[in-house]
Design a protein around this ligand. Sequence first.
Ligand SMILES: [Zn+2]
Ligand SMILES: [Zn+2]
Ligand SMILES: [Zn+2]
Ligand SMILES: [Zn+2]
Length: 350
Amino acid sequence: MSEESVDLGFLETPEHEWRLHRCYFPSKVGGKPAWLDPKNLPTTKMLECKNCCKPMIFLLQLYAPVDEHEHCFHRSIVVFCCKNGNCYSQQEHQTVQAFSCTLPRNNLFYPFDPPDYESGKAAQSCTNPKKLCNLCGAAGNKTCAKCKAVNYCGRDHQVLDWKNHKPVCGQETNLDDKENDNTILFPEKEIVIESEEELGNSEELQQNDGKCNGHVSQSSSSTSYSATELEEAVGKQSEDKTFTKFKWKIANYPDQVVRFHPGGKPLWCSAKGQIKSDDVPNCPCGAKRKFEFQIMPQLLSYLNVESTIDQATIDWATVAVYACSQNCQPVTDDLCAYIPCFAWRQNFLI
Ligand SMILES: [Zn+2]
Ligand SMILES: [Zn+2]
Ligand SMILES: [Zn+2]
Ligand SMILES: [Zn+2]
């Protein structure tokens, strides 16, 4: 695959909320996960931060079918991350985890034909059969002992949700309609994917003096990292050639939050803290993992993760996600349909 064929992900507010429902196969950031397989979810243990052992929170998901494989007619990669800023101080801490899930066209959960993307009807007939955590939307096997109407992934989230749930616990209120004061989830947006090549390559843009439509015009928005801000974040590494390339590559579309380049190479932010493809651990099935996409630092400014002097915060220069090169399927008696991917976080200051 050529270096040019990179797809970029940009954040957009969907015209209708239902567009982010799982039956429309969304790519999105924040909110609760839109599980492709809503039944055989990752276990609570799989979604624990490997450093602090607290439940990780849903970060984003990309809908990425693979045409060559029948069983990948639908394919979704979900990414979770720890919200404890202290877990991000060490590069080796695995604070970001990703999982892939595939389904053939003929499956238990979705009609054979695609939904009508102009209508919200599909969402109404597509409910979540599995009990989910009232707070984070992950598998919720623990039930509120008092009302037995809501579920949680564990004690942590039950305690955190109590002030929201207490007024309605045991009441006849329709829990689904309740507006939750849910501060643990990241703000929700759709990820819209566009080909970098089709948007226009860098040389053309430079000739046009940056006067281009589409996402370039958004570069003045508050969610974009300017080159200066990036330089400040990287500090002394501004001499780094890798960083110069990084800046140059993203300058035309500074709002990109994801670079999707299956089988390609990640665009590293600096020379330090990279991982060689040979060092990426194999998939549990034994096959090699290949690079899929990377999460850009621009996403951080959207996530409302504010840094204070004495408080560590969620941070990355980039997160590279690698998935099974064979797109393996779960073994038949496996209750989880989500295959662990590998996520490598490159820090700004190493
Ligand atoms: Zn943690
Ligand atoms: Zn939870
Ligand atoms: Zn209750
Ligand atoms: Zn595999």
